[in-house]
Write a protein that binds this ligand. Structure first.
Ligand code: SF4
Ligand code: SF4
Ligand code: SF4
Length: 279
C-alpha cells in the first residue's frame, strides 16, 4: 500500500472514530436527559412498556432481578459512561431491547471484570447493587458477579471433536475455577485424548471472555442469563450422597395411597394382574 493510501486510511479511521464517539456522547446525553424526565415516572416507562423485555439480555454486574431492574433503572447511562472498556451499551430504538437500559454483548466486548467495578457504585438507583458484587467482608468483589452462565455447545466445540483447543479455558479470568478441562480417551483414534471444557456454575460470573475468545466462526461457548441457561430439579429428587441435601428429608412427610391392587402381595398381583390378563 502506498504512503498516500495509508495516510488516507488513517484519516478515514480517525474520522470514523470521532463520529462514533460523538454519536455515543449524543446517545448518552439524550438518554440521561430523558432518564431524568423519567424520574417523574412518565417518558421512559412508557417506552419500556412498548418493548418486550428480552429474556436473553445480559446486564452489568450487580444488576438486580430483571423485572425489578426495568422498574428501577432510570436509564441515566452512568454505568455505561464509567466502564473503561466500552463493554456496556444503552439500548437504542431499533435494538429490540428495553430502550435506554444497559446491556452487553460478550462476543463483541466482554466484561473485563475490573476489580474496582466502576460501573456499579455510580448507579444512583441501586438497579446495580453493590451488595450483589461484594464479599462477606462487605468489600467489592467482582468474582461474586452473576451476569450469566457460560454454556458449551458440545456439537460445535472442536475440543469435543478431539481437536486440541483451550482458548476459552485460557481466556477465563477464573482459570480452573469457572472452566476446567476434562481429560478422557479418544476411543475413535485410540491414541489421543479429549480435553473438553467444562463450565462450573458456582464460579462462572458470565463475563463472556470465553465467548469472545472462542475460535469457532460462531462461538461454541456463550453466555446466557442464568435463568435461561439452567434447568431446575424441583423438590422430588434428593442427592443421597450429599448429607447437606439429605437434610431436606427431615421435614418431609409421606402420603400413602391404597388401592385394591396395592393391598395384595406383589406375587399375587404379578400372577393375577387384577383380572386384566383374563380379558
Ligand atoms: S466490571 Fe469493568 S468491564 Fe465489566 S462492565 Fe463493569 S466497568 Fe465494564
Ligand atoms: S443501571 Fe443504574 S447507572 Fe446504569 S443506566 Fe440504569 S440507573 Fe443508570
Ligand atoms: S474456545 Fe470454543 S472451540 Fe475451543 S474449546 Fe472453547 S468452546 Fe470449544
Amino acid at each position: 500500500m502506498s504512503n498516500n493510501n495509508l495516510e488516507s486510511e488513517k484519516k478515514m479511521s480517525k474520522k470514523q472514530g470521532e463520529q462514533n464517539s460523538a454519536r455515543r456522547t449524543f446517545l448518552l446525553n439524550t438518554a440521561r436527559g430523558l432518564g431524568l424526565a423519567a424520574l417523574g415516572g412518565l417518558v421512559w416507562s412508557a417506552y419500556v412498556d412498548e418493548v418486550t423485555a428480552s429474556q436473553l439480555l445480559l446486564r452489568p454486574p450487580g444488576a438486580i432481578e430483571e423485572e425489578e431492574f426495568l422498574k428501577t433503572c432510570i436509564k441515566c447511562g452512568l454505568c455505561v459512561e464509567h466502564c473503561p472498556f466500552d463493554t456496556l451499551e444503552l439500548a437504542k430504538p431499533g435494538d429490540n431491547k428495553p430502550l435506554g437500559t444497559p446491556y452487553f454483548i460478550p462476543r463483541e466486548v466482554p466484561c473485563y471484570m475490573c476489580t474496582d467495578i466502576p460501573c456499579v457504585p455510580v448507579c444512583p438507583t441501586n438497579a446495580l447493587e453493590e451488595k450483589l458484587v461484594s464479599n462477606d467482608e462487605g468489600e467489592l468483589d467482582i468474582t461474586k458477579a452473576q451476569m450469566g452462565l457460560a454454556v458449551v455447545d458440545v456439537e460445535n466445540c472442536i475440543a469435543f471433536w478431539g481437536i486440541q483447543c483451550d482458548a476459552c479455558y485460557r481466556a477465563c479470568p477464573l482459570l480452573d475455577e469457572a472452566i476446567t478441562l476434562e481429560y478422557s480417551k479418544n476411543e475413535r483414534t485410540g491414541k489421543h485424548a479429549f480435553l473438553k471444557p467444562v463450565v462450573h456454575s458456582d464460579a462462572c460470573t458470565g463475563c463472556g471472555l470465553c465467548e469472545r475468545a472462542c475460535v469457532t466462526e460462531k462461538a461454541a461457548i456463550f453466555v446466557l442469563p442464568k435463568e435461561v441457561a439452567q434447568g431446575k430439579v424441583g423438590d422430588h429428587y434428593i442427592k443421597g450422597w450429599d448429607a447437606e441435601d439429605e437434610k431436606r428429608l427431615e421435614n418431609a412427610f409421606g402420603e400413602e395411597t391404597k388401592t385394591e391392587l396395592s393391598e395384595r402381595s406383589p406375587m399375587d398381583s404379578l400372577n393375577d394382574m387384577g383380572g386384566l390378563l383374563d380379558e
